[in-house]
Write a new protein. Structure first.
Length: 142
């Protein structure tokens, strides 16, 4: 038996429903590539081309857009290094590292529970039918 709880009277993210920074940030990570980029940068600074090769399926254009959005949010920093020529590296900022800790926890949770999730999906599809199952967006690492 399920107990039904009443929904809170106020918005859990704050009173500003339209331009809530928390909603905007969650929307950024609801996209396909932001999580992958932040996790990849969690291993240290990376060159643009290296990031593009590291994340399968991520186009260079989408990587550029994703990096720009993460940079705008203060989660990733872009820095140029002059060695034999100018090279641009991207790295997680201290703010981004705080987020990356939580993302690593979420990634660990998903790895530990993936079999249970797959089993639940199979049960749902068997009972309800695969034509009723919502599409599943996959991301690298899951």
């Amino acid at each position: 038996m399920f107990l039904v709880q009443e929904a809170p009277a106020t918005d859990p993210f704050g009173p500003d429903e339209i331009e809530c920074p928390i909603r905007e940030l969650l929307a950024r990570f609801g996209g396909r590539w932001s999580l992958d980029v932040v996790i990849a940068l969690g291993h240290g600074p990376r060159h643009f081309g290296d990031l593009a090769r590291t994340i399968p399926g991520l186009s260079r254009r989408m990587l550029a857009l994703t990096l720009r959005g993460l940079e705008r949010d203060g989660l990733v920093a872009r820095r140029g290094v002059a060695w034999t020529g100018a090279k641009v590296f991207y790295e997680v900022t201290p703010l981004g590292e705080g987020l990356a800790e939580h993302l690593r926890g979420l990634a660990g949770w998903s790895q530990r529970n993936r079999e249970a999730i797959y089993a639940a999906r199979e049960t749902f599809d068997r009972v309800v039918g695969t034509d009723q199952a919502p599409p599943v967006e996959t991301a690298a690492g899951l």
